[in-house]
Ligand binder design. Sequence first.
Ligand code: NAP
Length: 468
Amino acid sequence: MAIQLKRAGFSNFTIYEKAEEVGGTWRDNTYPGAACDIPSHLYCFSFEPSNYFSRRYAEQPEILNYFRHCARKYDLYRHIRFRTEISAARFDGKSGVWRITTTAGDNIECHVLISGTGQLSRPHIPNLLGLESFAGRRFHTARWDHSRDLTGRDVAVIGTGSSAVQAIPRIASVVRSVAVFQRSPAWVVPKSDHVYRTAEKWMLRNFPLWGFIRRSMIYIGLEKRFLALREGSWAASLVKRKMEWALYRAVTDPVLREKLLPAYPVGCKRIQLASDYFHALCRPNVTVVTDPIERIVPEGVLAGGTLHRADTLIFATGFEATRFLAPMNIRNSDNTALKDVWHNGAEAHFGITVAGFPNFFMLYGPNTNLGHNSVIFMIECQVAYVLDCLRCLIDRDLLWLDIRPEAMASFNTALQSKLVRSVWAGGCSNWYKTADGKVTNNWPGTTLSYWRRTRKPDFAHFRLQARA
Ligand code: NAP
């Protein structure tokens, strides 16, 4: 967003960041094995392709470096106020100004407020009985405690989502034992990863067109995966068979196989890409525990009446994904809080604007997450859309613009009618939906359909307030 603001000639903007460095997810998630499950050549901005990734699926340090490189190259650091957390924002409709407060008590005014706070930034730690009594060290995958050397230790990992699937193979080979507490197994497809050969890197660095073709091929390949997210489709059954086959080949123990075979539709939870996960679970020092956790005790985890001894407890238990923008207190000029508007689950118009909250835009907001393609593509669509709105504000000399409630309502009615029939709605628990089952995080279509529909804002759907 900042880069495109600069390119469009907007220089009067400030980025507020509560941490000490850029990078978001890729700054915070430093657990062993952290990597992106989207090929790196697509997991970068279209205007800033990187030809320096060492492998098809780059790991966290390289991805973080890429985002730091972008911030440096486009001279963003001087726009960023680090260690500054926004606690509240209130819109004044008369002056068309957002009044923002930081946790340090500073007040800031701006005409336009854009959030880029992500969906997976606040770790979720379950409230397990006896947790405080645990005598060892405990931490969440997104807050990895690197001061804890795991060599020779007894570790308990709770959760089997993407973070666990990536971390477990890396730690299993160094620890004495790992107990993996699995509430539901993951569908896992082998990861076709490889280190780039010198010739491949040379091609990418010397022939930008080749990089573009590659990127386009990856994009089309991933976009096709959307077909597998439709329950009962031939693509879903093909992928399911491929994953069942991978499980049967990797795991010979029928009891373990049984534990690892999901009973929910493919795609309901994020499909995991891993070639080393099942092998790690077959190691003699790894136990997959499917009994529900009864309580945490000083010596470990009690489940199914058995004590699983551990001196380190790792929460791979995900994030508070459906609480968008929490804990910020965002209010409109009627003093209505956004969290109250969203009491039945967050919603927006294309995940970008919310009726009643003028001049406020979200990036990676409600219903813009994907199960099949790169979210960077979605964010670029949102950035272009926001820029068009800013141009409209300036060109038409507006005080504010605000999506009409009826436009947002009809958009969400259509969206939810698709989502209730989607693979994410039933059949499993996942982070895409609220406790009531409303899917608040995912976009129900292809990325191409999102691009087509957000390509130009329809200003007939907005209330436009001229300056007095
Ligand atoms: P997640 O997918 O939400 O997984 C959380 C895991 O914790 C699930 O297995 C869940 O079980 C379990 N869990 C939660 N509360 C529990 C409790 N009280 N008792 C026992 N188990 C509990 O979280 P994540 O693995 O951190 O991944 C989140 C998302 O981040 C991913 O879906 C992905 O979008 C992104 N991510 C991507 C990558 C990548 O690119 N490869 C890597 C990491 C993260 P249930 O399934 O039964 O609820």
